[in-house]
Ligand binder design. Sequence first.
Ligand code: NAD
Length: 383
Amino acid sequence: VIIGVPKEICPGEERVALTPANVGALLKKQGVEILIERGAGEAAGFTDGEYENAGAKLVDRDNVFSNAQAILQVQTPGSNTTNGDKDLDNLKADQFLIGMTDPLANPQFAQTLAEHKVTGIALELIPRITRAQSMDVLSSMAMIAGYKCVLLAANASHRMFPMNMTAAGTLNASRVFVMGAGVAGLQACATAKRLGAIVEAYDVRPAAREQILSVGAKPVELDLDTGEAEGSGGYAKAQGEDFLKRQRELMTEVIKEMDVVVTTAAVPGAKSPILVTADMVKAMKPGSVIVDLAAERGGNCELTKAGETVVENGVLIIGPTNVPSSVPFHASQMFGKNMENLLNLLLDDNGDLQLDFEDQIVADTVISHGGDVPQARLREMLG
Ligand code: NAD
């Protein structure tokens, strides 16, 4: 197979779909060739020379799209709704397109790829099974986002995180509260803890309690029935409005004591639940900070504006977008490894890509093939 990696064109996207290390590893396989667009890794800190040394051929963008049988992107035109369309006309029939496609928010893209006779593989749909963990970009990118969002909070905060006893008096440690203790939330807890804050966390999934303790944070208990909170694949189920209302009432008391609130609560394919209302923000101390990692999906705070910082009663509400891209070297290292592992699954002994639809990883991630949308779930969403 000839694999092609174009430079990312989505504004602000600094990651790259394969690093030189992934190129070197994949080229050890029989029958694999790799084309990299010149400058593709530059923003993430990988030079053309490193790709060349690893055995890739450095070419221009047109060459990548015309000669590669598989195009690898961090953001395909499915997830890049800003200017991704530009690449649609570059794709050819029978080509593979592997990357993030935002399949649940943008199911239409599966149809578009089917019309182009392109085989689309959506990395967001990698199933949460042990065998697929090494390919799971949502987890690896959530880890990066969880780390970085705490740094954003610390940077914006009027206070230091650690406790300090100095000749000029004692500075109290900051209190950090993490709402949603999945992959991102737990990494946020660990990062805030390392900076010296007092960290508490909350999640609807009862199983999260142990995990919160394991990263040195304190689980916040609310008097709520969460018995049914865990859905399939370890994801949270959407909660009813009554539950969310009661949760917000109890939570108001908790967050008014906090200096920093980090929200990471997501429900796959749905708008993010509102965990922090405008009234709850009013109850917070001036100078406190909310970082809303769910900003791109509507936000967990009612006042969040994606890509902006809103100030309300002296409380800063930061709604960062594409956080993993702001740590592009390590984000690419993880993304590239996830991609390499998936390719290793798909490549046969001759170095050709094969789709075995009996394999759950293939069945769950292929969103278009042979002019069709093979997954019933996506077809239903298309209506
Ligand atoms: P996510 O990004 O979908 O959601 C983030 C967190 O928000 C989740 O923990 C969720 O329970 C929580 N949440 C949702 N609604 C909430 C609400 N109303 N109030 C408070 N919290 C709410 O989830 P994630 O981080 O990707 O992972 C969730 C779980 O799945 C974790 O336990 C993780 O370890 C597990 N996981 C397993 C695998 C695997 O087995 N291969 C892979 C990835 C993740």
